[in-house]
Design a protein. Structure first.
Length: 585
């Protein structure tokens, strides 16, 4: 443990941190106190959404594995102990900084629309549902797209891992065979979707055996457990055969049969054809260093706007700092909602939205003494370097998703990995595939089901994406990674952690735990832990403000996790304890 051991050391980005001492606190605390002692060590670091996942990754590092080995082992364990948050039939994005080459590889294994997911199919479904978007792609077979988690993990293993995949999967397989423990997150995930479960018998019978909510596990092997034998079998086959264990053979056939029987659009052929997008992750200048976001445009634009504002002139957690962040974030969200769709279409102004010049243009709208109130999209095409195509109609705000977990790892060789892995909502589509233990995700809800829009459903398309899997760099080499869980609120969790650590000089654990805000242009949501004086000051600036309590067991704001390596080679790890996060060195 380190009590602010790196206090005066230079952070990635160039702002020296103040010396401070970590303190163990009760659940509620002021913005200047931390609940957990900072942790630091020399062997590497893992931060995750659960203790079991963090322990699985750290055990691999201790045994000589690299950061990619650690992430794979941690992720597979997460799919057992966080079954509502993520799984092999989900989706995600992973970025890997490889120290030997100094390059960062993004592995995009996000959702794609099935070949049968034509605009007409969804228009007809929407008409049958009386225009209720939630009814057709929040749960059930129409919410299931072509998922890619198994393919993404297998690609990371094939390109970068050093350990046998079966060995990395073995701890998760053993844990699943012992039964899936029902912790508070699992139980609350079931409660949150209890009404919908009435319409999904296979999921209901598994999650609520005997028609009752399962009891909580006691953490010692007793108490509530869900049957994990089917999941153990799928994880074991994944360890032996990689992605084909899910995207081909018996599992793919079982998914195909279920989809055909229930009127879904996903087919075994879709799964067999799925290929992740793998390429070098672009880097963007920020605060004297660089960042990459694994394809997220909102984070880049937000930081570009903040680069043109005097954020460092305000104290961490102050109304002034939160006001500037809120304005920058709201403007970036407005642009993404208006202009961003599947980047493969060529209709998204990628260069324009990430242009520093465009960030400065948007920053010129921000006032220190008043909130804008209305956050209209700008014209990034001026900075795109090519004429705009014939653009479809805007889509607007997509549905929120909360079924996600986060993992970060760094090793002694300098490799750094950040990973956001998800099912969409808790337990995804609520479609449980018999004999597999899998809940396919429901990320089709990120599409606009109306045809002719920038984020409309069409075969092979990817919906709008808004969750940065961030790596930070100094002098060209990765020095830290941050990931988050909690839908679009991941933006705030990741970016505020970065700003608290790099710009405001907080130690990593304090940066992760500090009260957060979220503003996507509709209203400003403020973490109640920020205090009434901050709320009053933000309201006085004209923000449409709602104060949201953030306490243990709630998911009002996203949950970040981070790892960092300072100039002396000391690793730091941090994860928000409000929703069960853990950090291990």
């Amino acid at each position: 443990y380190s009590r602010g051991a790196a206090g005066a050391r230079r952070r990635c980005g160039g702002v020296p941190a103040r010396r401070r001492r970590g303190r163990l606190m009760t659940v509620m605390r002021s913005t200047s106190e931390t609940r957990r002692l900072p942790v630091a060590g020399r062997n590497g670091a893992v931060a995750a959404g659960s203790q079991a996942a963090a322990d699985a990754g750290a055990a691999v590092l201790a045994d000589g594995g690299n950061a990619v080995d650690a992430i794979i082992a941690a992720a597979l364990m997460a799919y057992v102990v966080e079954p509502g948050m993520a799984g092999l039939a989900g989706h995600g994005r992973m970025a890997i900084y490889w120290a030997a080459t100094g390059t960062t590889t993004a592995i995009d294994h996000f959702i794609r629309a099935p070949a049968l997911a034509t605009p007409d199919r969804y228009r007809e479904a929407l008409e049958r549902a009386g225009g209720d978007v939630r009814a057709i792609h929040h749960a059930g077979v129409l919410s299931v797209g072509v998922f890619g988690t198994a393919v993404g993990l297998a690609a990371a293993h094939d390109h970068f891992a050093t350990r046998d995949l079966a060995a990395l999967a073995a701890p998760a397989v053993a844990r699943a065979r012992d039964g899936i423990p029902v912790d508070l997150d699992v139980q609350q995930g079931i409660i949150g979707r209890q009404a919908e479960l009435e319409h999904h018998a296979l999921a209901r019978d598994f999650l609520m055996p005997g028609g009752r909510l399962p009891a909580l596990s006691d953490g010692l092997g007793g108490g509530g457990r869900l049957d994990g034998r089917d999941l153990a079998g799928t994880l074991e086959r994944f360890g032996k055969n990689g992605a084909s264990a899910v995207h081909a053979g018996a599992v793919a056939d079982a998914i195909d049969r279920l989809m055909r029987r229930e009127g879904g659009l996903l087919r075994a052929d879709d799964l067999a054809r799925y290929t992740p997008a793998i390429g070098e992750d672009p880097r963007y200048r920020f605060a004297g260093g660089e960042i990459s976001t694994c394809g997220d445009l909102i984070a880049v634009e937000t930081l570009n706007i903040l680069s043109a504002l005097d954020l460092a002139g305000h104290a961490a957690g102050s109304a002034g700092a939160l006001h500037l962040f809120a304005e920058a974030q709201a403007l970036a969200f407005a642009d993404s909602y208006a202009h961003a769709g599947d980047p493969a279409d060529g209709a998204t102004p990628m260069a324009g939205l990430t242009s520093a010049a465009y960030g400065r243009e948007r920053a010129a709208l921000v006032r220190n003494d008043a909130a804008l109130g209305h956050y209209d999209p700008g014209d990034p095409w001026v900075h795109e370097g090519r004429p705009p195509p014939v653009l479809p109609e805007k889509s607007g705000r997509p549905a929120a998703l909360v079924g996600t977990t986060r993992l970060c790892a760094a090793d002694r060789e300098g490799n750094v990995v950040t990973f956001i892995t998800s099912l969409g909502s808790s337990f995804g589509s609520l479609v449980r595939v018999p004999g597999t233990g899998l809940f396919p995700g429901n990320a089709m809800k990120w599409f606009d089901p109306r045809p002719g829009r920038i984020n409309s459903v069409a075969p092979g398309r990817m919906p709008v994406y808004g969750a940065p899997a961030l790596i930070a760099y100094r002098a060209g080499r990765a020095c830290g990674a941050i990931a988050g869980a909690g839908g679009f609120r991941i933006q705030s969790a990741v970016l505020q952690t970065l700003l608290n650590h790099v710009v405001h000089g907080q130690d990593l654990q304090a940066a992760v735990e500090s009260p957060r805000i979220f503003h996507d242009g509709s209203r400003l949501e403020l973490d109640g832990r920020a205090g009434p004086h901050v709320a009053a000051a933000l309201a006085a600036l004209g923000h449409d403000l709602v104060v949201v309590p953030e306490v243990v067991g709630r998911r009002a704001f996203a949950r970040p996790a981070a790892v960092w390596r300072d100039d002396d080679g000391l690793f730091h790890a941090a994860s928000d304890p409000v929703a069960g996060g853990a950090a291990v060195i």
